[in-house]
Write a protein that binds this ligand. Structure first.
Ligand SMILES: [Zn+2]
Length: 309
């Protein structure tokens, strides 16, 4: 087992808890389980692979040592569609399922009625619009448990007024769940934003990146004054997140919510994958007046403000 696998395992577990102490406990438990598993697989390369679900009983525990995990069934089958043990093995799915069993078990040990309560409904206060990037997992970096954050993620956290998917999620979040905070979170080191800064063609995704290129074009003069390539990318990350905040704020969904007096604000954040820290972009849009004020800020003032900060 590699260090990377350990980190992944830790990520799977951290989101399971709302307190630091319980997080540590769960992480320790799963780490111990993982070390045991890696020792097993190292000694069982000659054994045949068994069907994924046979290894677990109905309580989610390993059925027996005879059905141990095996990473080396040869020859390997090509990846095909449909459920098959070989596909599961190719993708390491057996390990993922094992992680999930351990995660569920650890939560139930700490809070036996957790999943029962989950099944009764969700009441998240936060709607998160973020990038699909695997390094920006909202539940984990916010330290929120399942049920506490409603989510929409796409490449480069783009919100456009014609995206039926994103707007449907927004409508559900605001009108049904009645979230109090809509967070648009960009992140430094965003591959989507970096791609939109360049001229390379990537095929289908160019259509999506076109949305960011439009934002870039609107601020081209100010962006051109930033010589450092990375700093230019950081600036576009911030401007792109701001644009998504404004697009959410301009939507009929938010307009109607504010008109009926619903308390819901939109905030722009940026996440730094080098530090793990969230930063505020410096504005909250809580009503139509706030939106109007933000729309009146010109591009140069925006860039001057970020240069001064
Ligand atoms: Zn990204």
């Amino acid at each position: 087992m590699t260090a990377d696998t350990t980190q992944t395992k830790e990520k799977f577990t951290i989101t399971t808890s709302t307190t630091t102490s319980s997080t540590e406990n769960i992480t320790t438990q799963v780490k111990a389980l993982d070390i045991k598993d890696s020792q097993k697989s190292a000694h069982n390369h000659h054994k045949h692979h068994h069907h994924l679900l046979h290894k677990y009983n109905t309580n989610g525990e390993e059925a027996s040592d005879d059905d141990e995990d095996d990473e080396s069934c040869s020859p390997r089958s090509p990846v095909t569609l449909g459920p098959s043990p070989s596909v599961a093995k190719e993708h390491g799915l057996s390990r993922l399922i094992k992680n999930n069993r351990a995660w569920s078990k650890a939560i139930k040990e700490r809070q036996p009625d957790f999943f029962e309560k989950c099944s009764q409904g969700q009441q998240p206060k936060v709607f998160w619009i973020g990038c699909s990037d695997s390094r920006v997992p909202e539940n984990e970096l916010l330290q929120l448990a399942p049920g506490e954050v409603f989510t929409h993620r796409n490449i480069a956290n783009v919100v456009v007024s014609t995206d039926l998917n994103c707007l449907s999620v927004l409508q559900y979040a605001v009108e049904v769940l009645k979230v109090e905070h809509v967070v648009v979170c960009g992140h430094y080191g965003c591959g989507g934003v970096a791609a939109a800064l360049g001229d390379h063609s990537y095929g289908l995704i160019d259509h999506w990146l076109g949305n960011i290129k439009e934002v870039k074009a609107q601020h081209q003069d100010n962006l051109d004054q930033i010589q450092d390539k990375e700093e230019k990318c950081r600036a576009l990350v911030e401007i792109n997140a701001r644009n998504s905040v404004l697009t959410v704020a301009k939507s009929p969904i938010m307009k109607a919510a504010w008109e009926r007096g619903q308390k819901v604000e939109i905030v722009g954040l940026v996440y730094d994958i080098q530090t793990g820290l969230l930063g505020e972009l410096g504005y909250h849009v809580k009503n139509a007046e706030d939106l109007k004020a933000q729309l009146s800020v010109d591009s140069s003032a925006l860039f001057s403000a970020r240069a001064a900060s």
